[in-house]
Ligand binder design. Structure first.
Ligand code: DWN
Length: 390
């Protein structure tokens, strides 16, 4: 085990006012490293129906990600979808924000989304979406009509328990000529930047390239390119196809060599992580306690899933934060899981002194957006990698 974050409620299980006194389900949240395949993973698995059938995270609620997806769609279109009649199948298509961009470019699209509330929203905005979990069975259904030109999946591969069935489903869906492109948060950034709050029950795997190479090889597939992205605290965009279909880009060897040099294949690489996370917790509570002693008004900026891991691990409740603001209509009027902090729509910030930036992965965009608040003396407390006021 490389990190123990205690018993926590699922980080997207936001609750209503009338549930505040009800018992909340909590599950162990512990991170493990496999000394055989080097995959960092959770071993305490929460039922996927419970986590994903009714889902509060909406891609469209975060403008920076919508912008990222716009550029992403254009890049993939340029490189792989110029041919007429190209089909993009997205696994975990959420509210259809990415597929909307491909549709604008004239590509055929199909979404696969288990969240009933979100797939309904997507279909209502004419983004054809199957309300189901992805599996090789679904792939066999789809190829009855045709193969996919591109299968795309973002921030969802880490959520899938059966990686074997996933890869066999991908192999079926892309056939001989298709390409599989996916984005996952990068383990090296998680460890280096102490992004412990991205460890939560939805994320079963914490990917690096060494274990992924072994996985795809088993299915006659190969990684032919890897491109680093800045979103979500450091992300890899990975390109996979049938073996020998594409020239292998030198990026693959660069990442493999880097990971071996860093020692991701040795437990020593992970040893200091847990101690550093415990120290971060102490430092953050110390700063918040001092602010409250000075009668400062402090609130949370953004109610991301990762924020709830941080709040529950550090025991930060309404003694420290008056409320949390968030742009997601589904979250507004709800309370955070475990710590029960009320979530309200973004409002005039100028009456508060300090914003704890729980959505730290959008620091640059949010600090620009809230310039007036800062010019009027408002401060942002950035929780990690080292709590700092800006
Ligand atoms: O892997 C996952 C990532 C992709 O998204 C999922 N398992 C769940 C989710 O994680 P998250 O909730 O930690 O994601 P975000 O994108 O960091 O969430 C940002 C939150 O902040 C959203 O609720 C929207 C909100 N927000 C805001 O209130 N004002 C965001 C921005 C940019 C803002 O200006």
């Amino acid at each position: 085990m490389i990190l123990d974050l205690g018993e926590q409620p699922p980080s997207n299980s936001f609750i209503d006012k009338n549930e505040l006194n009800s018992l909340e389900s909590k599950f162990p949240l512990r991170l493990f490293w496999c000394n055989n395949c080097y995959l960092v993973q959770l071993l305490d698995i929460v039922e996927k129906e419970y986590l994903f059938r009714n889902y509060f995270y909406m891609t469209s609620a975060s403008k920076p990600i919508v912008e990222h997806f716009k550029k992403y769609a254009q890049d993939v279109y340029q490189e792989f979808l110029q041919k007429d009649d190209s089909l993009v199948v997205e696994i975990g298509s959420n509210d259809g924000s990415l597929l909307k961009e491909f549709k604008k470019l004239g590509t055929l699209i199909l979404g696969i989304e288990p969240a009933t509330n979100l797939s309904k929203l997507a279909n209502q905005s004419n983004i054809t979406t199957k309300n189901t979990f992805f599996s090789s069975h679904i792939s066999k259904e789809i190829i009855k009509s045709r193969h996919a030109t591109v299968v795309i999946a973002n921030n969802v591969i880490a959520h899938i328990e059966d990686l074997q069935d996933l890869m066999s489903g991908i192999k079926i869906l892309i056939g001989d000529h298709g390409v599989f492109i996916f984005e996952v948060p990068y383990l090296v950034d998680l460890i280096k930047n102490l992004e412990f709050d991205t460890v939560y029950h939805e994320h079963l795997s914490y990917f690096s390239i060494l274990p992924l190479l072994e996985l795809v090889k088993q299915f006659g597939l190969e990684i032919f390119d890897i491109r680093k992205q800045l979103v979500h605290g450091g992300t890899l965009r990975i390109f996979i196809s049938k073996k020998d279909n594409h020239q292998i880009n030198k990026s693959v060897k660069i990442f493999v060599d880097k990971e071996k040099k860093l020692g991701l294949d040795k437990i020593e690489f992970y040893e200091k992580f847990s101690l550093d996370v415990q120290q971060l917790k102490k430092n953050l509570i110390k700063i918040l306690t001092k602010l409250k002693k000075e009668n400062k008004s402090v609130f949370g900026y953004g109610a991301p899933a990762k924020g709830n891991v941080l709040l529950n691990y550090c025991g930060i409740d309404t003694k420290f934060l008056d409320h949390i603001i968030d742009t997601t209509p589904l979250k507004q009027g709800k309370y955070t899981p475990g710590m029960h902090i009320p979530i309200i729509p973004p409002s005039n910030l100028n009456n508060d002194d300090v914003a704890l930036l729980l959505a730290w992965n959008y620091e640059s965009e949010i600090l620009i957006k809230e310039k007036i608040f800062r010019n009027n003396g408002g401060k942002f407390l950035i929780p990690l990698p080292k709590p700092i006021m800006k």
